[in-house]
Write a protein that binds this ligand. Structure first.
Ligand code: ASP
Length: 348
């Protein structure tokens, strides 16, 4: 009854509450989507050159999808992404989504570290409202720039009620990916983003959204982590393995105060003998050691050729090293116990 009255009053004012557009914020951080170049046919360009207003200026059609408001958080190539920007961005996303009159957030971002930022937000934001990350592989001055349509599609996904409760999403090249699953797989191709272990959640074609699946791992409201409790992040380093390896980088990480090490191991997380020894010593001293793989897809078995429980290691499941690093930093904000850290890796 109350709803009907509200509807009738709004209708008499010429506003239909049923077809009211959602309110979506665009938070810009930089990247190739905001990049510019002297030539439409050059591979040389500068990331993070254009303002968020000029990105939206290229897609006037987006105003039909949602009421848009825009803010510039940073304007950097995402290879410069750092903890300070992550914390600022996450706190702003949380503050916006906590407002009743904000329905979703779109974040423009460089593609190099988009998967890391997406997974970080996926783990710390407490809201079911859509958070959608988007970027581009071709700068804004390039022939066939992919940014405008990617951004339009991201706004469509953020405006769609189907996107609620699915965690942080990444929209690129007509695909909708889950933050935990997606990674950049090609240095230059517009179809670079793939969810190698699971496939995308859905697709978005000229703003028409279709979902087919969703993630079963904990995120946003169910995650153990909350941006309200996070003020800084511990140092966690990634050590990349190769034939004829040397343990010096493990020593260096420890000397520089790493609280955790993610090993980008060979195959199923395997390690050159001297690295295995150095990491076992690190774990004995209380440094968290997570085994992941440089391969790019698949999970780490526990145990495999290496028995994690013998060395006090954590298995990184099917997270790639850069995502394992994000989860380990957050896990270390709560515990240093390898078993409890393993539990986070098994569930998030
Ligand atoms: N280096 C750029 C960045 O990550 C690449 C891109 O956005 O596609 O900001």
């Amino acid at each position: 009854m109350r709803l009907l009255c509200k509807f009738v009053i709004l209708m008499s004012l010429g506003v239909c509450s049923v077809c009211a557009k959602p309110n979506v914020y665009i938070l810009a951080t930089g990247g190739t989507i905001a990049g510019s170049s002297k030539s439409a046919l050059s591979s040389a360009y500068k990331s993070g050159s254009l303002s968020v207003d000029s990105l939206l200026g290229a897609i006037p059609q987006a105003k039909e999808l949602a009421n848009l408001k825009a803010e510039q958080i940073s304007n950097i190539g995402s290879q410069e992404m750092n903890d300070a920007v992550w914390l600022k961005l996450a706190k702003r996303v949380q503050a916006l989504l906590s407002k009743k009159d904000v329905d979703g957030v779109v974040i423009t971002h460089g593609t190099d570290t988009m998967e890391e930022t997406a997974y970080f937000l996926n783990l710390v934001i407490k809201s079911a409202k859509p958070v959608v990350m988007v970027g581009a592989m071709r700068n804004a001055d390039s022939l066939s720039a992919d940014g405008p349509l990617n951004l339009y599609n991201a706004i469509a996904v953020a405006s769609d009620v189907q996107s609620k409760g699915k965690g942080v999403l990444v929209v690129m090249d007509d695909a909708i990916h889950a933050a935990r699953e997606v990674s950049k797989t090609n240095t230059t191709g517009v179809d670079t983003f793939k969810s190698l272990n699971s496939g995308p959640l859905g697709h978005v074609l000229y703003g028409h959204v279709r979902f087919y699946m969703q993630s079963l791992r904990k995120h946003t409201l169910e995650s153990a982590f909350d941006i309200a409790q996070i003020h800084d992040l511990p140092r966690v380093d990634i050590i990349y393995s190769h034939a004829n390896d040397h343990a010096d980088f493990v020593q260096s990480a420890l000397q520089h105060g790493a609280k955790g090490i993610v090993s980008a191991g060979m195959g199923n997380g395997n390690l050159y003998p001297s690295i295995l020894e150095a990491l076992a010593q690190a774990a004995k001293k209380g440094v968290a050691v997570v085994r992941s793989s440089r391969v790019g897809s698949g999970f780490i078995t526990r145990p495999g050729e290496i028995d994690d429980s013998q060395y006090g290691f954590v298995s990184g499941d099917n997270l790639n090293p850069q995502k394992a690093r994000v989860l380990l930093m957050l896990a270390l904000s709560q515990t240093h116990d390898p078993q409890k850290i393993q539990n986070y890796f098994d569930t998030h």
